[in-house]
Design a protein around this ligand. Structure first.
Ligand code: ZN
Length: 278
C-alpha cells in the first residue's frame, strides 16, 4: 500500500530531508526545463483541472470539479520535492541521456528507437509521472518503494507498463492527464476497501510524442491494453521501433485515450471505486 502522506521538506526519491547543504530541496520541473528550447513557452498562465468521481455503486456517483489557475507556461511549473543530490546527480544524468532521442521524437525526425533508447525514454517518463503526482497529493499513488527503485536502478519497476505513440494534433503538445484509481482485488481486499488510490494511468503529450504510463501498488493488477496507435516500450521489448511509426493520431484519439484511460484497460478481479484526474 502506498503511503499518501509526504513529509514536508523531504526528497520524494531518496527520502533525504531538506536541511541545507547538499540535501537542500530544489525545484523540479514537471516538464524538463530544456524542452523550452524546442517547445517555446507561449502561455502566460495555465489551468490545472481536478475532477473527483466517487463511485458508490454502478449507478450512483458524486462528481466534484475544481480548476486551479497557475501563472506562467506549463513548462515553467516546478515542485520543491527533490533534493540537490538527486536533482544534480541521477536525474541530471537521465536528462542528458534522454535529450537527443526525445528531441528527435518531438521534431518527428526519422530515427530507430533501439531497446536501450526505449529504456531511457521509459525511465524518463516514469520519473516525470512520479513528479507530476505531487500536483495533487490526494490522488498520489506511486509507492515509495517504486520511486526508490527508479532512483537506484534507473529503470521503471517491472510491474509498470509504458507505451509511446506519434501524435500530430494541436491540444496535446504540453499536457498531461493523470488518473488515480483505488483498485482492490475483490477476493482478498474486499473487507479492507478504503478510498486510497493505489493505481495510476497518466497520458502525456509532449510536442509530437505521446506517452501512456501505468503503475499499481496492487501487484495483482495487470492491465490488458492493446492499441494499434501505441507501442510498448516498458517492460522492454527486444525489437527496435522505427520512428515515426506508420500510424499517427490527432487530438480526438489523444483526448479519448487520456480521458477514458480506465475504460481502455480491463483489470481482472478488480473493482474500481474512485477515479480522479488532475
Ligand atoms: Zn534525493
Amino acid at each position: 500500500m502506498a503511503k499518501i502522506s509526504q513529509k514536508r521538506g523531504q526528497c520524494v526519491f531518496c527520502g533525504a530531508f531538506f536541511t541545507g547543504g547538499l540535501s537542500s530541496g530544489t525545484r523540479e520541473h514537471i516538464f524538463s526545463d530544456w524542452l523550452a528550447d524546442i517547445l517555446p513557452k507561449t502561455h502566460t498562465s495555465h489551468t490545472q483541472a481536478i475532477t473527483k468521481i466517487n463511485h458508490q455503486n454502478d449507478q450512483a456517483f458524486d462528481v466534484i470539479s475544481n480548476f486551479i489557475p497557475h501563472n506562467g507556461d506549463e513548462l515553467s511549473r516546478k515542485l520543491k520535492i527533490v533534493c540537490k543530490n538527486c536533482n544534480n546527480g541521477w536525474m541530471s544524468r537521465l536528462e542528458t541521456e534522454v535529450r537527443g532521442a526525445l528531441t528527435d521524437l518531438i521534431k518527428v525526425n526519422h530515427i530507430t528507437l533501439t531497446p536501450n533508447i526505449q529504456k531511457v525514454l521509459a525511465t524518463w517518463i516514469a520519473v516525470k509521472t512520479a513528479v507530476s503526482e505531487y500536483t495533487d497529493l490526494s490522488t498520489k499513488t506511486i509507492s515509495e518503494q517504486d520511486k526508490k527503485f527508479l532512483k537506484d536502478h534507473m529503470v521503471p519497476p517491472a510491474s509498470w507498463k509504458i507505451w509511446i505513440g506519434s501524435y500530430e494534433g494541436l491540444d496535446w503538445n504540453k499536457r498531461f492527464m493523470h488518473h488515480g484509481y483505488a483498485l482492490y482485488t475483490l477476493n482478498s481486499d474486499f473487507g479492507k476497501i478504503c478510498l486510497i488510490p493505489n493505481t495510476q494511468v497518466t497520458a502525456w503529450g509532449i510536442g509530437k510524442v505521446f506517452f501512456y504510463v501505468f503503475s499499481s501498488s496492487n501487484k495483482s493488477c495487470i492491465p490488458n491494453f492493446d492499441s494499434s496507435l501505441l507501442k510498448q516500450i516498458w517492460p522492454p521489448i527486444s525489437e527496435s521501433i522505427t520512428w515515426p511509426p506508420e500510424l499517427t493520431f490527432s487530438d480526438y484519439e489523444a483526448h479519448d485515450m487520456a480521458m477514458n484511460a480506465g475504460l481502455k484497460m480491463t483489470f481482472s478481479y478488480i473493482m474500481p471505486i474512485e477515479i480522479s484526474q488532475p
